[in-house]
Ligand binder design. Structure first.
Ligand code: 6PG
Length: 468
Protein backbone atom coordinates (compact mmCIF):
# COMPACT_ATOMS: atom_id res chain seq x y z
CA UNK A 1 0.00 0.00 0.00
CA UNK A 2 1.21 3.49 -0.86
CA UNK A 3 2.03 6.08 1.82
CA UNK A 4 0.59 8.93 -0.24
CA UNK A 5 -1.33 9.51 -3.48
CA UNK A 6 -1.09 12.10 -6.24
CA UNK A 7 -3.63 13.03 -8.89
CA UNK A 8 -2.58 14.95 -12.00
CA UNK A 9 0.53 13.87 -13.88
CA UNK A 10 1.16 17.06 -15.85
CA UNK A 11 4.65 18.57 -15.74
CA UNK A 12 4.50 19.63 -12.09
CA UNK A 13 2.56 16.61 -10.81
CA UNK A 14 4.86 14.12 -12.54
CA UNK A 15 7.95 15.87 -11.18
CA UNK A 16 6.51 15.97 -7.66
CA UNK A 17 5.55 12.27 -7.79
CA UNK A 18 9.08 11.33 -8.87
CA UNK A 19 10.51 13.50 -6.10
CA UNK A 20 8.32 11.74 -3.51
CA UNK A 21 9.37 8.31 -4.79
CA UNK A 22 12.99 9.43 -4.95
CA UNK A 23 12.90 10.31 -1.25
CA UNK A 24 11.92 6.73 -0.46
CA UNK A 25 8.12 7.03 -0.12
CA UNK A 26 5.69 4.76 -1.91
CA UNK A 27 3.12 6.65 -3.95
CA UNK A 28 -0.05 5.84 -5.91
CA UNK A 29 -0.75 8.00 -8.95
CA UNK A 30 -3.78 8.71 -11.10
CA UNK A 31 -4.38 10.85 -14.14
CA UNK A 32 -7.67 11.51 -15.94
CA UNK A 33 -6.16 10.29 -19.21
CA UNK A 34 -5.04 6.77 -18.34
CA UNK A 35 -2.30 6.49 -20.97
CA UNK A 36 -0.48 9.38 -19.27
CA UNK A 37 -0.30 7.28 -16.08
CA UNK A 38 0.95 4.23 -17.98
CA UNK A 39 3.62 6.26 -19.81
CA UNK A 40 4.65 8.00 -16.59
CA UNK A 41 5.15 4.70 -14.81
CA UNK A 42 6.98 3.19 -17.77
CA UNK A 43 9.38 6.15 -17.77
CA UNK A 44 10.03 6.17 -14.02
CA UNK A 45 13.06 3.89 -14.31
CA UNK A 46 14.52 2.81 -10.97
CA UNK A 47 11.74 4.62 -9.10
CA UNK A 48 8.96 2.58 -10.76
CA UNK A 49 8.75 -0.06 -7.99
CA UNK A 50 7.75 2.65 -5.48
CA UNK A 51 5.02 3.98 -7.77
CA UNK A 52 1.58 2.36 -8.09
CA UNK A 53 -0.12 3.44 -11.33
CA UNK A 54 -3.92 3.27 -11.20
CA UNK A 55 -6.59 3.60 -13.88
CA UNK A 56 -9.71 4.37 -11.82
CA UNK A 57 -10.26 6.65 -8.85
CA UNK A 58 -11.56 3.72 -6.82
CA UNK A 59 -8.36 1.72 -7.48
CA UNK A 60 -6.31 4.80 -6.70
CA UNK A 61 -7.99 5.31 -3.32
CA UNK A 62 -7.77 1.60 -2.51
CA UNK A 63 -4.02 1.66 -3.19
CA UNK A 64 -3.28 4.19 -0.42
CA UNK A 65 -2.91 3.33 3.27
CA UNK A 66 -5.58 5.00 5.45
CA UNK A 67 -5.77 7.60 6.82
CA UNK A 68 -4.93 8.72 3.32
CA UNK A 69 -3.13 11.82 2.09
CA UNK A 70 -3.85 12.76 -1.51
CA UNK A 71 -2.12 15.55 -3.39
CA UNK A 72 -4.03 17.22 -6.23
CA UNK A 73 -1.82 18.75 -8.91
CA UNK A 74 -4.52 19.68 -11.40
CA UNK A 75 -5.24 23.05 -13.09
CA UNK A 76 -6.49 25.67 -10.62
CA UNK A 77 -10.20 26.51 -10.73
CA UNK A 78 -13.26 24.33 -11.32
CA UNK A 79 -11.14 21.24 -12.07
CA UNK A 80 -10.09 21.20 -8.41
CA UNK A 81 -13.73 21.34 -7.25
CA UNK A 82 -14.68 18.57 -9.69
CA UNK A 83 -11.81 16.42 -8.50
CA UNK A 84 -12.69 16.94 -4.82
CA UNK A 85 -16.35 16.13 -5.56
CA UNK A 86 -15.34 12.91 -7.33
CA UNK A 87 -12.96 11.87 -4.56
CA UNK A 88 -14.87 12.64 -1.37
CA UNK A 89 -17.47 9.85 -1.65
CA UNK A 90 -14.61 7.36 -1.91
CA UNK A 91 -12.73 8.68 1.13
CA UNK A 92 -12.93 8.14 4.86
CA UNK A 93 -13.40 10.91 7.45
CA UNK A 94 -9.69 11.32 8.19
CA UNK A 95 -8.51 11.20 4.60
CA UNK A 96 -6.72 14.40 3.69
CA UNK A 97 -6.89 16.21 0.35
CA UNK A 98 -4.01 18.59 -0.42
CA UNK A 99 -4.51 21.05 -3.27
CA UNK A 100 -0.98 21.79 -4.47
CA UNK A 101 -1.90 23.90 -7.52
CA UNK A 102 -1.73 27.69 -7.82
CA UNK A 103 -5.23 28.21 -6.37
CA UNK A 104 -6.82 31.60 -5.83
CA UNK A 105 -6.84 31.83 -2.05
CA UNK A 106 -10.55 32.75 -1.85
CA UNK A 107 -11.25 29.39 -3.51
CA UNK A 108 -9.06 27.70 -0.93
CA UNK A 109 -10.88 29.50 1.89
CA UNK A 110 -14.20 28.28 0.47
CA UNK A 111 -12.94 24.71 0.07
CA UNK A 112 -11.47 24.79 3.58
CA UNK A 113 -14.85 25.91 4.99
CA UNK A 114 -16.69 23.18 3.06
CA UNK A 115 -14.23 20.59 4.34
CA UNK A 116 -14.53 21.89 7.90
CA UNK A 117 -18.32 21.73 7.63
CA UNK A 118 -18.08 18.13 6.48
CA UNK A 119 -15.56 17.37 9.25
CA UNK A 120 -12.86 16.30 6.77
CA UNK A 121 -9.32 17.69 6.51
CA UNK A 122 -8.19 19.87 3.61
CA UNK A 123 -4.90 21.64 2.93
CA UNK A 124 -4.21 24.36 0.38
CA UNK A 125 -0.53 24.27 -0.44
CA UNK A 126 1.60 26.64 -2.51
CA UNK A 127 4.48 24.95 -4.32
CA UNK A 128 7.19 26.98 -6.01
CA UNK A 129 10.22 26.15 -8.07
CA UNK A 130 8.92 25.16 -11.47
CA UNK A 131 9.50 21.67 -12.83
CA UNK A 132 13.08 21.48 -11.57
CA UNK A 133 12.01 22.49 -8.07
CA UNK A 134 9.12 20.03 -8.00
CA UNK A 135 11.48 17.23 -9.05
CA UNK A 136 14.41 17.98 -6.75
CA UNK A 137 13.16 20.25 -3.97
CA UNK A 138 10.48 22.93 -4.12
CA UNK A 139 9.58 25.57 -1.58
CA UNK A 140 6.31 24.59 0.11
CA UNK A 141 3.79 26.91 1.77
CA UNK A 142 1.00 25.04 3.52
CA UNK A 143 -2.35 26.23 4.87
CA UNK A 144 -5.20 24.46 6.65
CA UNK A 145 -5.70 22.62 9.94
CA UNK A 146 -2.39 22.44 11.83
CA UNK A 147 -2.96 18.81 12.82
CA UNK A 148 -3.45 17.80 9.17
CA UNK A 149 -0.25 19.61 8.20
CA UNK A 150 1.69 17.89 10.99
CA UNK A 151 0.51 14.53 9.67
CA UNK A 152 2.04 15.05 6.23
CA UNK A 153 4.90 17.36 7.10
CA UNK A 154 7.49 14.52 7.35
CA UNK A 155 6.92 13.69 3.66
CA UNK A 156 6.68 17.34 2.61
CA UNK A 157 9.82 18.29 4.53
CA UNK A 158 11.69 15.39 2.93
CA UNK A 159 10.79 16.43 -0.62
CA UNK A 160 11.27 20.18 -0.07
CA UNK A 161 14.39 22.18 -0.86
CA UNK A 162 16.82 22.44 2.04
CA UNK A 163 18.57 25.63 3.11
CA UNK A 164 21.54 24.85 5.36
CA UNK A 165 19.78 21.64 6.33
CA UNK A 166 16.46 23.35 7.11
CA UNK A 167 13.56 22.17 4.93
CA UNK A 168 11.75 24.88 2.99
CA UNK A 169 8.28 23.61 3.91
CA UNK A 170 6.21 25.45 6.49
CA UNK A 171 2.67 25.76 7.72
CA UNK A 172 1.57 29.35 7.12
CA UNK A 173 -1.74 29.31 8.96
CA UNK A 174 -5.29 28.04 8.60
CA UNK A 175 -7.59 28.15 5.54
CA UNK A 176 -6.14 29.89 2.51
CA UNK A 177 -2.96 31.17 4.23
CA UNK A 178 -0.62 28.87 2.26
CA UNK A 179 -2.04 29.80 -1.11
CA UNK A 180 -2.09 33.47 -0.11
CA UNK A 181 1.63 33.35 0.71
CA UNK A 182 2.25 31.66 -2.65
CA UNK A 183 0.23 34.37 -4.39
CA UNK A 184 2.36 37.11 -2.83
CA UNK A 185 5.46 35.09 -3.75
CA UNK A 186 4.31 35.26 -7.34
CA UNK A 187 3.56 38.98 -7.13
CA UNK A 188 7.12 39.50 -5.92
CA UNK A 189 8.32 37.16 -8.68
CA UNK A 190 6.65 39.44 -11.26
CA UNK A 191 8.27 42.50 -9.66
CA UNK A 192 11.77 40.98 -9.43
CA UNK A 193 11.52 39.94 -13.08
CA UNK A 194 10.22 43.34 -14.21
CA UNK A 195 13.00 45.25 -12.43
CA UNK A 196 15.60 42.98 -14.01
CA UNK A 197 13.95 43.55 -17.40
CA UNK A 198 14.12 47.32 -16.83
CA UNK A 199 17.87 47.37 -16.14
CA UNK A 200 18.37 44.96 -19.05
CA UNK A 201 16.54 47.49 -21.27
CA UNK A 202 18.82 50.30 -20.11
CA UNK A 203 21.89 48.19 -20.86
CA UNK A 204 20.53 47.18 -24.28
CA UNK A 205 19.09 50.49 -25.50
CA UNK A 206 20.69 53.11 -23.28
CA UNK A 207 24.24 51.77 -23.08
CA UNK A 208 24.15 49.91 -26.45
CA UNK A 209 25.36 46.66 -24.90
CA UNK A 210 24.77 43.46 -26.89
CA UNK A 211 23.27 40.50 -25.01
CA UNK A 212 26.69 38.86 -24.94
CA UNK A 213 28.02 41.81 -22.96
CA UNK A 214 24.98 41.87 -20.67
CA UNK A 215 25.36 38.22 -19.65
CA UNK A 216 28.65 38.73 -17.76
CA UNK A 217 27.18 41.75 -15.95
CA UNK A 218 24.35 39.61 -14.55
CA UNK A 219 26.92 36.93 -13.80
CA UNK A 220 28.98 39.43 -11.82
CA UNK A 221 25.92 40.64 -9.90
CA UNK A 222 25.15 37.05 -9.05
CA UNK A 223 28.34 36.96 -7.01
CA UNK A 224 27.30 39.93 -4.85
CA UNK A 225 24.34 41.24 -2.86
CA UNK A 226 21.92 40.37 -5.68
CA UNK A 227 22.84 36.67 -5.72
CA UNK A 228 19.61 34.91 -6.66
CA UNK A 229 18.03 32.43 -9.00
CA UNK A 230 16.43 35.11 -11.17
CA UNK A 231 19.73 36.97 -11.69
CA UNK A 232 21.42 33.65 -12.43
CA UNK A 233 18.91 32.72 -15.13
CA UNK A 234 19.00 36.26 -16.53
CA UNK A 235 22.72 35.71 -17.15
CA UNK A 236 21.97 32.35 -18.76
CA UNK A 237 19.24 33.63 -21.08
CA UNK A 238 21.40 36.63 -22.06
CA UNK A 239 24.26 34.32 -23.03
CA UNK A 240 22.14 31.92 -25.09
CA UNK A 241 22.28 31.83 -28.90
CA UNK A 242 19.33 31.08 -31.17
CA UNK A 243 20.07 27.80 -32.99
CA UNK A 244 17.92 28.96 -35.95
CA UNK A 245 19.49 32.34 -36.72
CA UNK A 246 22.68 32.37 -34.70
CA UNK A 247 21.55 35.64 -33.09
CA UNK A 248 21.34 36.24 -29.36
CA UNK A 249 18.29 34.29 -28.17
CA UNK A 250 16.90 37.33 -26.34
CA UNK A 251 16.94 39.33 -29.57
CA UNK A 252 14.56 36.96 -31.36
CA UNK A 253 11.99 36.68 -28.53
CA UNK A 254 8.86 38.82 -28.91
CA UNK A 255 8.52 41.38 -26.09
CA UNK A 256 4.93 40.53 -25.11
CA UNK A 257 4.71 38.75 -21.73
CA UNK A 258 1.90 36.45 -20.69
CA UNK A 259 0.64 35.60 -17.24
CA UNK A 260 -1.55 33.04 -15.57
CA UNK A 261 -2.91 35.52 -13.07
CA UNK A 262 -1.18 35.08 -9.72
CA UNK A 263 0.62 38.43 -9.98
CA UNK A 264 -2.68 40.07 -10.81
CA UNK A 265 -4.30 38.44 -7.77
CA UNK A 266 -1.60 39.95 -5.56
CA UNK A 267 -2.33 43.42 -6.92
CA UNK A 268 -6.10 42.94 -6.51
CA UNK A 269 -5.78 41.66 -2.93
CA UNK A 270 -3.39 44.45 -2.06
CA UNK A 271 -6.10 46.91 -3.04
CA UNK A 272 -8.69 45.09 -0.93
CA UNK A 273 -6.34 45.18 2.03
CA UNK A 274 -5.30 48.81 1.43
CA UNK A 275 -1.74 47.48 1.58
CA UNK A 276 0.45 49.42 -0.86
CA UNK A 277 2.54 47.24 -3.18
CA UNK A 278 3.23 49.71 -6.01
CA UNK A 279 6.26 47.83 -7.36
CA UNK A 280 4.18 44.68 -7.84
CA UNK A 281 1.28 46.66 -9.29
CA UNK A 282 3.64 48.32 -11.75
CA UNK A 283 5.05 44.93 -12.75
CA UNK A 284 1.58 43.50 -13.39
CA UNK A 285 0.61 46.57 -15.41
CA UNK A 286 3.87 46.37 -17.37
CA UNK A 287 3.06 42.80 -18.45
CA UNK A 288 -0.35 43.98 -19.59
CA UNK A 289 1.15 46.92 -21.49
CA UNK A 290 3.70 44.58 -23.09
CA UNK A 291 0.91 42.54 -24.60
CA UNK A 292 -0.57 45.64 -26.34
CA UNK A 293 1.96 45.06 -29.10
CA UNK A 294 0.10 46.62 -32.03
CA UNK A 295 -0.73 49.79 -30.15
CA UNK A 296 2.90 50.09 -29.05
CA UNK A 297 4.15 49.74 -32.61
CA UNK A 298 1.66 52.39 -33.71
CA UNK A 299 2.71 54.61 -30.79
CA UNK A 300 6.35 54.46 -31.81
CA UNK A 301 5.34 55.34 -35.37
CA UNK A 302 3.44 58.43 -34.23
CA UNK A 303 5.79 59.73 -31.54
CA UNK A 304 9.06 58.55 -33.08
CA UNK A 305 10.43 58.16 -29.60
CA UNK A 306 12.06 54.82 -28.99
CA UNK A 307 14.29 54.72 -25.89
CA UNK A 308 17.40 56.76 -26.68
CA UNK A 309 21.04 55.95 -26.21
CA UNK A 310 22.46 57.56 -23.09
CA UNK A 311 25.49 59.82 -23.14
CA UNK A 312 28.74 58.08 -22.27
CA UNK A 313 29.14 58.01 -18.50
CA UNK A 314 25.49 58.96 -17.83
CA UNK A 315 25.06 55.70 -15.97
CA UNK A 316 27.44 52.96 -14.94
CA UNK A 317 26.77 49.27 -14.55
CA UNK A 318 27.41 49.81 -10.83
CA UNK A 319 24.55 52.35 -10.78
CA UNK A 320 22.26 49.71 -12.29
CA UNK A 321 23.31 47.17 -9.69
CA UNK A 322 22.66 49.68 -6.90
CA UNK A 323 19.25 50.53 -8.36
CA UNK A 324 18.33 46.87 -8.50
CA UNK A 325 19.44 46.29 -4.91
CA UNK A 326 17.38 49.24 -3.69
CA UNK A 327 14.38 48.31 -5.85
CA UNK A 328 14.45 44.75 -4.61
CA UNK A 329 14.53 45.75 -0.94
CA UNK A 330 11.68 48.22 -1.43
CA UNK A 331 9.61 45.60 -3.27
CA UNK A 332 10.07 42.98 -0.53
CA UNK A 333 9.37 45.58 2.16
CA UNK A 334 6.02 46.13 0.44
CA UNK A 335 5.35 42.42 -0.04
CA UNK A 336 5.99 41.50 3.60
CA UNK A 337 3.94 44.47 4.74
CA UNK A 338 1.07 43.14 2.63
CA UNK A 339 1.44 39.68 4.15
CA UNK A 340 1.35 41.22 7.60
CA UNK A 341 -1.84 43.13 6.72
CA UNK A 342 -3.50 40.00 5.32
CA UNK A 343 -2.47 37.91 8.29
CA UNK A 344 -4.06 40.43 10.67
CA UNK A 345 -7.20 40.91 8.56
CA UNK A 346 -7.87 37.19 8.17
CA UNK A 347 -6.60 36.24 11.62
CA UNK A 348 -4.10 33.74 10.19
CA UNK A 349 -1.02 34.47 12.29
CA UNK A 350 1.30 33.97 9.30
CA UNK A 351 4.85 33.53 10.66
CA UNK A 352 6.61 36.18 8.53
CA UNK A 353 10.20 35.13 9.39
CA UNK A 354 9.23 31.60 8.32
CA UNK A 355 7.94 32.93 5.01
CA UNK A 356 11.34 34.51 4.35
CA UNK A 357 13.00 31.24 5.41
CA UNK A 358 11.00 28.96 3.09
CA UNK A 359 11.70 31.35 0.22
CA UNK A 360 15.50 31.05 0.71
CA UNK A 361 15.73 27.89 -1.41
CA UNK A 362 13.68 25.96 -3.93
CA UNK A 363 11.40 28.75 -5.12
CA UNK A 364 11.69 31.10 -8.07
CA UNK A 365 12.48 34.17 -5.93
CA UNK A 366 15.15 32.43 -3.84
CA UNK A 367 18.03 34.72 -3.01
CA UNK A 368 20.70 35.37 -0.43
CA UNK A 369 18.93 38.54 0.64
CA UNK A 370 16.00 36.50 1.97
CA UNK A 371 18.26 35.13 4.68
CA UNK A 372 18.88 38.68 5.93
CA UNK A 373 15.16 39.38 5.65
CA UNK A 374 14.39 36.36 7.80
CA UNK A 375 16.84 37.68 10.40
CA UNK A 376 15.34 41.19 10.28
CA UNK A 377 11.79 39.86 10.62
CA UNK A 378 12.88 37.66 13.52
CA UNK A 379 14.22 40.77 15.30
CA UNK A 380 10.95 42.66 14.85
CA UNK A 381 8.14 41.11 12.88
CA UNK A 382 5.99 44.22 12.49
CA UNK A 383 8.76 46.68 11.57
CA UNK A 384 8.83 47.55 7.89
CA UNK A 385 11.92 46.02 6.29
CA UNK A 386 13.06 49.44 5.02
CA UNK A 387 13.56 50.37 8.69
CA UNK A 388 15.54 47.27 9.67
CA UNK A 389 19.18 48.28 10.30
CA UNK A 390 20.66 45.81 7.78
CA UNK A 391 18.44 47.17 5.02
CA UNK A 392 18.83 50.80 6.11
CA UNK A 393 22.54 50.32 5.44
CA UNK A 394 21.85 48.88 1.98
CA UNK A 395 19.33 51.58 1.11
CA UNK A 396 21.55 54.42 2.31
CA UNK A 397 24.25 53.07 0.03
CA UNK A 398 22.03 52.46 -3.01
CA UNK A 399 19.04 54.80 -3.09
CA UNK A 400 20.97 57.54 -4.87
CA UNK A 401 21.86 55.01 -7.59
CA UNK A 402 18.16 54.15 -7.90
CA UNK A 403 17.39 57.87 -8.26
CA UNK A 404 20.13 58.37 -10.86
CA UNK A 405 18.92 55.37 -12.86
CA UNK A 406 15.26 56.40 -12.78
CA UNK A 407 16.12 60.01 -13.66
CA UNK A 408 18.44 59.06 -16.54
CA UNK A 409 15.92 56.51 -17.82
CA UNK A 410 13.03 58.96 -17.75
CA UNK A 411 15.05 61.67 -19.54
CA UNK A 412 16.09 59.22 -22.28
CA UNK A 413 12.58 57.83 -22.77
CA UNK A 414 13.10 54.42 -21.16
CA UNK A 415 10.11 53.04 -19.29
CA UNK A 416 11.12 51.92 -15.79
CA UNK A 417 7.71 51.59 -14.10
CA UNK A 418 8.69 49.19 -11.32
CA UNK A 419 11.93 50.92 -10.35
CA UNK A 420 10.25 54.32 -10.37
CA UNK A 421 7.29 52.99 -8.35
CA UNK A 422 9.79 51.73 -5.77
CA UNK A 423 11.54 55.08 -5.66
CA UNK A 424 8.27 57.03 -5.31
CA UNK A 425 7.18 54.76 -2.46
CA UNK A 426 10.57 55.21 -0.77
CA UNK A 427 10.32 58.98 -1.06
CA UNK A 428 6.81 58.95 0.39
CA UNK A 429 7.85 56.62 3.19
CA UNK A 430 10.67 58.93 4.27
CA UNK A 431 8.58 62.10 4.18
CA UNK A 432 6.98 62.87 7.53
CA UNK A 433 4.80 65.65 6.09
CA UNK A 434 3.44 64.67 2.71
CA UNK A 435 0.72 66.28 0.62
CA UNK A 436 -2.45 64.43 1.64
CA UNK A 437 -3.50 67.55 3.57
CA UNK A 438 -4.52 68.86 0.12
CA UNK A 439 -6.56 65.72 -0.53
CA UNK A 440 -8.24 66.08 2.86
CA UNK A 441 -9.06 69.73 2.21
CA UNK A 442 -10.56 68.85 -1.18
CA UNK A 443 -12.60 66.01 0.32
CA UNK A 444 -13.87 68.27 3.03
CA UNK A 445 -14.68 71.02 0.50
CA UNK A 446 -16.83 68.88 -1.78
CA UNK A 447 -18.15 66.34 0.67
CA UNK A 448 -17.69 67.67 4.23
CA UNK A 449 -15.66 64.55 4.97
CA UNK A 450 -13.71 66.26 7.74
CA UNK A 451 -10.03 66.19 8.61
CA UNK A 452 -7.69 66.08 11.57
CA UNK A 453 -5.63 69.16 12.41
CA UNK A 454 -1.89 69.13 13.08
CA UNK A 455 -2.14 71.52 16.05
CA UNK A 456 -4.84 70.00 18.22
CA UNK A 457 -7.03 73.10 17.83
CA UNK A 458 -10.79 72.44 17.67
CA UNK A 459 -12.58 71.95 14.35
CA UNK A 460 -12.53 69.33 11.65
CA UNK A 461 -13.95 71.32 8.74
CA UNK A 462 -12.50 74.21 6.74
CA UNK A 463 -13.91 77.69 6.09
CA UNK A 464 -15.23 76.79 2.63
CA UNK A 465 -18.27 79.08 2.66
CA UNK A 466 -21.47 77.16 1.92
CA UNK A 467 -19.49 73.90 2.19
CA UNK A 468 -17.65 74.81 5.43
C1 6PG B 1 6.68 29.13 -9.16
C2 6PG B 1 6.02 29.96 -10.22
C3 6PG B 1 4.92 29.25 -10.90
C4 6PG B 1 4.19 30.12 -11.92
C5 6PG B 1 5.01 30.47 -13.11
C6 6PG B 1 4.26 31.17 -14.21
O1 6PG B 1 6.74 29.65 -8.06
O2 6PG B 1 7.12 28.02 -9.44
O3 6PG B 1 5.50 31.12 -9.63
O4 6PG B 1 4.02 28.83 -9.92
O5 6PG B 1 3.08 29.43 -12.35
O6 6PG B 1 6.08 31.23 -12.73
O7 6PG B 1 3.56 32.28 -13.78
P1 6PG B 1 2.98 33.31 -14.86
O8 6PG B 1 2.50 32.51 -16.04
O9 6PG B 1 1.84 34.01 -14.19
O10 6PG B 1 4.12 34.20 -15.22
Amino acid sequence: MAQIGLIGLGTMGAALALNIADKGFSIAVFNRTGSVTTDFHAGAGALAPRITPTQTLADFVAAITPPRAIILMVPAGPVVDDQIAALRPLLGKDDLIIDAGNAEFHDTERRAKDAEGAGVPFIGMGVSGGEEGARHGPSIMGGGPRAAWDRVSPILSAIAAQYDGTPCATWMGPGGAGHFVKTVHNGIEYADMQMIAEVYGIMRDGLAMPATAIAPVFDGWNKGVLRSYLIEISAAVSAATDPVTGKAMLDVILDAAGQKGTGRWTAIEAQHLAAPVPVIEAAVAARNVSSRLHARVAGQGVYRAAPQAMAAGALTVADLEGALIAGKILCYAQGFDMLNAASKTFGWGVPLPEVARVWRAGCIIRSDMLNDMAAALTEDVSRNLMLAPAFVTHLQRTHTALRRVVAAAVLAGHAVPALSAGLAWFDMMRTARGTANMIQAQRDFFGAHGFERVDGQPGKHGPWGAHG
